[in-house]
Design a protein. Sequence first.
Length: 385
Amino acid sequence: MNRALSRHGLTVATALLMLAVGGPSAAAAGEPGSTPYLPRPTGSQAVGTRSLHLTDDSRPDPWASGASARELMVSLWYPTASTSGRRAQYMTPTESELLLKDGGITGVPLDVLSTTRTNAFANARPAGPVHGLPLVVLSPGFSKPRTTLATLAEDLASHGYMVAAIDHTYESVATTFPDGRVATCAACEVPHDEVFWQRLVKGQVLDELTGAHAKWDGARLIDPSRIAMAGHSVGGASTVTSMPADPRIRAGIDIDGTTEVPIPDSGLSRPFLFLGRQAQYSPGSGGGAVATWERDWQRLTGWKRWLVVAGAEHASFTDVGLLAEQVGIDIGAELPAASGSEITRRYTRAFLELHLRHRPQPLLDKPSRRYPQVMFCTPETSTCV
């Protein structure tokens, strides 16, 4: 398998490939031919979605030689009152094919990952008060499509958030543009040195989403004073670098992402949440991954929490665990996939409700009986309870 897809053990691509191939455990689960699906959002509002093609002519692409502009694809999820249209496609057949081929899988339907059922209505009209919706920017892990965060995005939108997930062109195994062009993962072949990490975590789209010349009609619903960023894996690490560089981002979450590029020595005073695997990110356990969180924890000078989830694997925080569980695939997590998804959605939303809407969230004050797998860590004493 491509070295870029094996950094965290069983990765998103691996689990999706297992989902496509099946195997003894999948067969035992029964229901041959059943369609994978995303769980229903927990909020009261219907969800719409659409994609934006953004082009920045002011700078070249950092990965593609000869590309004079940086192109990005962004998916938006938001509240809507229009529920008569079709449900959005989870992934295109071409993206499914390239993801499968990248893992060296043959002899299976190459479009299998394009059949996952979603809950969002494609191209539905956004609904909400002018400047009334907080914006959450989501960033996926390295080489992973933005759609792997769709369950989280749909759920937030159902609670009245505008959500934007970014495909980082040439950092994903497949990014499809409206004219049919497909960009593959040029960055996957680049040595992972210091220059690589500096290039990887750069890039913002806030001007295109909220500025005076925003590229879509729903921009007027966004409250530019209430913006947060969250990401998984490298996408979570990019939150650490984006916040010091952009004061518009009021709060941030790193979900299971090693922070190769540190918070500046000057520190970060805005709210921040670390959420990760107990096995990987328990303070005091040693290892390069947890050491990066311990370093950055000291430079977080505002509201902060460090939470770890017992029994979770890297894929437990994305759609992959859910899709695998539906066909009986064991991704190595002791935590049921549905529980991992619920924890990710619930704690992410609690953090955003507290810091973007200023609504008290007791869930973030101490351990919860409802979520006993979630432990609150104190790095100063290397303890988690």
